[in-house]
Design a protein around this ligand. Structure first.
Ligand code: BTN
Length: 270
């Protein structure tokens, strides 16, 4: 199978650049933006050797996993661009739901996979990390922002020994390919990107995201640098910050951090 856009992505005029192997699809997208590319265009590979994760962590995609980055140069503030990550999480979750439903219908297998979104941008499957999103942005000379939405999905393999446990679609019993997931993702992205509408639709994106959120109203520990904040996961605000309600009743907005569910002061990284 070859990597190809879904029909909705094609109809929207999105372009595609495929690579047999690449260091980082995010790095490639940023380099193309500096060279004048304005997108929207996907950079995709099924083997990523020097991928970047959140908080300077590596994200290596062994052959068969999916690494995909969407580049678009747009006229939005960096703060508004940051909310695009929630649309990306919804797009990946929606693509996974579609691929899963199709697989179950085709092979009549009794699979039940619970997909959830974990703040800020992870997708969980049965409680384990299946996909991650890295949003990067760079100012262009014309004042616009080159936004790169990098999405990594564990299709055939997942790392072990990570502080937040990981999984892959194959480990879950879903024998699908990176190509199938990408076609569905390019279509769901087209839909969710349209709904986001340069930030004007973030209220609706936030509503949909909260419907699929893991741990809403439950105890969470968030590590931000050297600090661990504990409380109840109250909601996300209009800027995309996670709001924690502390035992003293304070509502603390968190802009960046690693979330663990349950109240454990020793929360590690995700
Ligand atoms: C995370 O740490 O959870 C985010 C991981 C993001 C990985 C993806 S894979 C495609 C894109 N290219 C990269 O170098 N990183 C992102």
């Amino acid at each position: 199978m070859t990597l190809a856009l879904g029909v909705r992505a094609q109809a929207a005029g999105t372009r595609l650049a495929c690579f047999d192997q690449l260091g980082s699809t995010n790095a490639e997208a940023a380099a193309r933006a500096r060279a004048g590319e304005v997108g929207p265009i996907w950079f995709v590979t099924t083997e990523q050797t020097a991928g970047r994760g959140r908080r300077q962590r590596p994200w290596i995609a062994p052959r068969g996993n999916l690494a995909a980055s969407l580049l678009e140069v747009i006229d939005v503030s960096p703060g508004m661009a940051a909310t695009l990550g929630f649309a990306a999480g919804l797009a990946l979750e929606s693509a996974l739901q579609a691929v899963t439903a199709h697989y179950i219908a085709s092979y009549a297998v009794p699979l039940a996979i619970d997909y959830r979104l974990k703040w800020p941008n992870d997708v969980l499957a049965n409680g384990n990390k299946l996909g991650g999103i890295l949003l990067e942005a760079e100012n262009m000379a014309d004042g616009r922002l080159a936004v790169v939405v990098g999405i990594g999905t564990n299709i055939v393999a997942h790392p072990t020994g990570t502080p937040y446990p990981a999984t892959s679609l194959h480990a879950l019993g879903l024998q699908v390919s990176a190509e199938q997931v990408f076609a569905a993702l390019s279509d769901s992205w087209t839909e969710l990107r349209g709904l986001w509408d340069n930030g004007r639709g973030f209220a609706e994106i936030r509503r949909l995201w909260l419907q699929r959120a893991k741990g809403l109203g439950e105890p969470v520990s968030i590590r931000t640098g050297t600090t661990v904040i504990e409380g109840l996961f109250d909601c996300i605000d209009e800027a995309g910050c996670l709001i924690v309600r502390t035992p003293e009743g304070r509502r603390i907005p968190i802009a960046a951090g690693d979330v663990h569910f349950g109240s454990t002061a020793s929360a590690g990284a995700s």
